[in-house]
Design a protein around this ligand. Structure first.
Ligand SMILES: [Zn+2]
Length: 150
């Protein structure tokens, strides 16, 4: 995936069309050709957190990680897969804890990896520490079902 200030170019998993997907805003990315929901996996930092996370209409899973953190590296592909599997239902946002000290301070993140589940500008739940893929998925399903129901 390539990314710049205007967004990332995401190939459609269904038809292969390359779509430009914005990092922020209130929308929900769909393929311009076949209209399937696209995976939404973006980076945020102190400056962009509110636009990318707090304003999003979809529930947002925020992965607070750092390059030196082994469990974070193990969790990264699991989190990336969630972005694919929950396309249209979940936005996944990576926050580098070292580059974004304000995000960590604001959320009182004391250990990493920390996963924050956000919806409509509020933190709904968090998971501190890496989980195996299946357990993480169960946690996420449960939180989405019980906390984000309209
Ligand atoms: Zn498509």
């Amino acid at each position: 995936m390539t990314a710049d200030a205007r967004g990332a170019v995401v190939p459609c998993p269904s038809c292969g069309t390359r779509n430009r997907v914005p990092h922020g805003g209130t929308g929900r990315p769909r393929c311009a050709s076949c209209h399937v929901d696209l995976p939404w996996l973006v980076d945020a930092d102190d400056a962009s957190f509110d636009d990318v996370v707090a304003r999003a209409a979809l529930p947002v899973l925020v992965d607070v990680w750092a390059a030196w953190c082994g469990p974070c590296r193990q969790l990264a592909p699991v989190v990336a897969k969630l972005a694919d599997d929950y396309a249209g239902r979940l936005k996944v946002v990576k926050v580098d804890a070292d580059a974004s000290p304000q995000v960590s301070a604001r959320h009182q993140v004391t250990g990493i990896p920390t996963l924050l589940l956000y919806h409509r500008g509020s933190e709904l739940a968090r998971q501190v520490g890496a989980l195996p893929a299946e357990q993480l998925r169960r946690w996420l399903d449960e939180q989405l079902a019980t906390r984000t129901a309209a």
